[in-house]
Structure formats: structure tokens, C-alpha cells
Design a protein around this ligand. Structure first.
Ligand SMILES: *Cc1c(COP(=O)(O)O)cnc(C)c1O
Length: 397
């Protein structure tokens, strides 16, 4: 120890910045679930109703998934022990990729450790210097980061604005080697849908690769929960590359990329976040396989999820609290000011209802909101209780 470390000036600068965030109501901190991920659980030891998870189908603590995770750990151990290309590919990875191909009606699929790295992999591998990406202004942070890392030229079109997208496609030089359009299908904070049939038609007209992020659509959209393709009646001729996560509605962890075999084989050879990372562990794979099976056997869970979300939206409207009308379980209630948003979140929590407040930079300044998410393991009576609380606070929205 030379007495010069740690660099006190850096510590002081970080502390000052954190303090600045606190003053404007934007300091973030971690909350700890002390029970399982499910509608009725405990937070810091207190019973709560959880209304801010992405566990849309209530699969995360489902006995079938738990048993499958246990069995996979029993049979294969706790770690894949290596990256996929070395010795980390186990028969469970292959089984899961086959099951996902059937589920997505896809030519081929590849499993990633999570959706964030799947997006990095896709965007940094399929396009690069000399190419151009057209990206919706409200795409997920992992897409934004993938675009930045790709070194392709980036053209951001106004949120869901088809005319703007077409103008950018028309105006950009045809000298680009490749064009790629990328969009969330369900936008993660607002829960609205991209106009995918129109976006995909533009991709065909302007000879672009169409990439869709189904993170909040997998297990949610379409009669069988197969995602945005099923919802809009589009297939892999329209939506070339479809990715989604296994950690949201499917209640496990990991992600998939689905598309033509050439895309998948290219990713296996070139995608750094696939190649240089230890493969998913058996327990996660077992749980994912069970989730796909369960969803195929009980598609009525998807219907129930939609009914619960509609019921909740109608309840808020009856209180004259404005909400969007989307066929998704994400119900954002805009408050505006970040401090007021967090005060409301704390108020709900005191009454045993956990709804996380979302602030900039996740949403635009002045657009802080309570992001309510519905899960199929909630009861209608749970939602009645929450609506009564919203009624008490109706003047705050
Ligand atoms: C959550 C999310 C991801 C990342 O998926 P993880 O598996 O959680 O890493 C990617 N895209 C969107 C739109 C998301 O909401």
C-alpha cells in the first residue's frame, strides 16, 4: 500500500454525482424480494402484492419449472462449465433450441445467455462499418447499445412513425452494403405495439433485414403466446430475425434468436457475446423447456393474462385515469415528475402493493410513470384492491 489509493478525487466526484441524482429524485437503489418471484410474495420480509415484474404468465415459481430445473441440475450438474463452442453445449441446449424452433415455427434458433447479449450479438455481427441501421426512437437499451457497438451508421426514426422511417430509407444512399431495420414489437416501458406489418413491408421494399425484439411479446402476444409474428400473422419471410427472452413471461432465464439457418450459423461463428461466454446452466435450460411445454399445453394462460390486463385498464379508466389501450400486460400510468412518482410508489408500498416508478433516463424527462405490469397469477380481487388504492389517489394522476 503506497497510501495513494483509493483515488479520493474520484470517490468524491462519484459521491457528488450520486448526490445530484438524489436531489432531482433520480437516485436508484435495489429492493430485495425475500420470497419467490410471484404475485403474492414478500419484500424485505413484508407480504406484498407484486405489480412490477415481467413474470407475465406466473411461471417463475411454477412447480413444473421448479421440478424441471431440479431434475436438470440432478442429471447435468450446476454449470455448463465452458462456452458453447468449447465443451459447454449439452444435450439440453440442443433440446431447447429444437423446442424453440417448433414453438416459434422458425427455420433455426440459437440460445443466448440473456436478451441483452443476444441483441449485442445480432447488431454487432450482422451489420458493421459501411452498413446502416434504422432504429425506433424508443427501442430497448440493449438495442441502442448494440447499434453503437456495431459501427454501422445509425438512423433513428420517430417512435412508430412509418412515414419518417420511409423518408429515412428513401434518403439514405444506396451505397450502403446492408440495411437493417430493428424494432421492439412490444415497447418495454409503454407497452405499445410497433406497426410491424407496415415496418416489415418497408423492409421488403427497401431490401433491408427486418429484426424484431419480442422480449415482452414472447408468451404474451398471439393465441399461443408465440409472439408478434403470431399476433400480426407474419412469418420468417416478413420478420427475418426474431429474438426474445426466456427470463420474462417464460419464467426462466436466457434468450433466443430465431431465423434462417445462415443467420444462426453466422452468429455461432462470429458473435462475440455468444463465443466468449460460459453457456447457460442446466437448471435454466430445464426450466425453459418446461415453460415451453406448459405454454403449449395451457395456452389459456395467455388469454387470462390479457383479460386481467383489460380488466385493470377498464378499472383505471372508470376512475378517469388515462391509460393506453394495448393488448399487452404493461400498463403505464404517467405521473410526470420523478419525485412525485417515487412518492406515489412508496405510498402504494406502505399499503402492501409494489409498483416500481420509472424515471429518466429510462423514460423521457417529464414522463416519469408508475409501470404496472399484470401477471396471470393475480386474481381479479387482487386488482380490485389495487384499483381502490388508485381511487384514493386519483387526483394525483
Ligand atoms: C428485457 C429486455 C431485453 C433484455 O433481455 P434479458 O434477457 O432480460 O437480458 C431486451 N429487449 C427488450 C425489449 C427487453 O425488454
Amino acid at each position: 500500500m503506497n497510501g495513494k489509493l483509493p483515488p479520493k478525487s474520484v470517490i468524491a466526484a462519484l459521491a457528488a454525482e450520486l448526490n445530484g441524482l438524489k436531489e432531482v429524485g433520480q437516485l436508484r437503489f435495489l429492493r430485495t424480494l425475500s420470497g419467490p418471484q410471484q404475485a403474492h410474495t414478500t419484500l424485505d420480509g413484508r407480504p406484498i402484492l407484486l405489480l412490477c415484474s415481467n413474470n407475465y404468465l406466473g411461471f417463475a415459481n411454477h412447480p413444473r419449472l421448479r421440478a424441471a430445473a431440479q431434475k436438470a441440475a440432478q442429471d447435468y450438474g450446476c454449470s455448463a462449465g465452458a462456452s458453447r463452442l468449447i465443451s459447454g453445449t449439452m444435450s439440453l441446449h440442443v433440446e431447447l433450441e429444437e423446442a424453440l424452433a417448433v414453438f416459434k415455427k422458425a427455420p433455426k434458433t440459437l440460445v443466448f445467455n440473456n436478451g441483452y447479449v443476444a441483441n449485442l450479438a445480432l447488431l454487432t455481427t450482422l451489420v458493421g462499418d459501411g452498413d446502416v441501421i434504422y432504429s425506433d426512437a424508443l427501442n430497448h437499451a440493449s438495442i441502442v447499445d448494440g447499434c453503437r457497438l456495431s459501427r454501422a451508421q445509425l438512423k433513428i426514426y420517430r417512435h412508430c412513425d412509418i412515414e419518417h422511417l420511409e423518408k429515412l430509407l428513401k434518403n439514405s444512399a444506396t451505397s450502403f452494403r446492408r440495411r437493417l431495420i430493428v424494432s421492439d414489437s412490444v415497447f418495454s416501458m409503454d407497452g405499445d405495439l410497433a406497426p410491424l406489418p407496415e415496418v416489415a413491408a418497408l423492409a421488403r421494399r427497401y431490401d433491408a433485414i427486418m429484426m424484431v425484439d419480442d422480449a415482452h411479446a414472447t408468451g404474451v402476444l398471439g393465441a399461443g403466446g408465440r409472439g408478434s409474428g403470431e399476433h400480426f400473422g407474419l412469418d420468417f419471410n416478413d420478420l427475418d430475425i426474431q429474438m426474445g427472452t426466456l427470463g420474462k413471461a417464460l419464467g426462466s432465464c436466457g434468450a433466443y434468436v430465431a431465423g434462417a439457418p445462415q443467420f444462426i450459423d453466422y452468429l455461432i461463428n462470429k458473435a462475440r457475446s455468444f463465443i466468449y461466454s460460459t453457456a447457460l446452466p442446466p437448471a435454466a435450460l430445464g426450466a425453459s423447456l418446461a415453460a415451453i411445454e406448459l405454454l403449449s399445453e395451457e395456452p389459456e394462460r395467455v388469454v387470462r393474462l390479457r383479460s386481467l390486463a383489460d380488466y385493470f385498464r377498464q378499472g383505471l379508466r372508470r376512475l378517469e385515469i388515462a391509460v393506453r389501450d394495448d393488448p399487452t400486460p404493461i400498463v403505464p400510468v404517467v405521473v410526470g415528475d420523478p419525485q412525485r412518482t417515487m412518492a406515489l410508489s412508496a405510498w402504494f408500498l406502505e399499503r402492501g402493493v409494489f409498483i416500481q416508478g420509472i424515471r429518466p433516463p429510462t423514460v423521457a424527462p417529464g414522463q416519469s410513470l408508475l409501470r404496472v405490469t399484470i401477471s396471470a397469477d393475480l386474481e381479479y380481487s387482487d386488482l380490485d384492491r389495487v384499483l381502490e388504492l388508485f381511487e384514493e389517489k386519483r387526483n394525483d394522476f
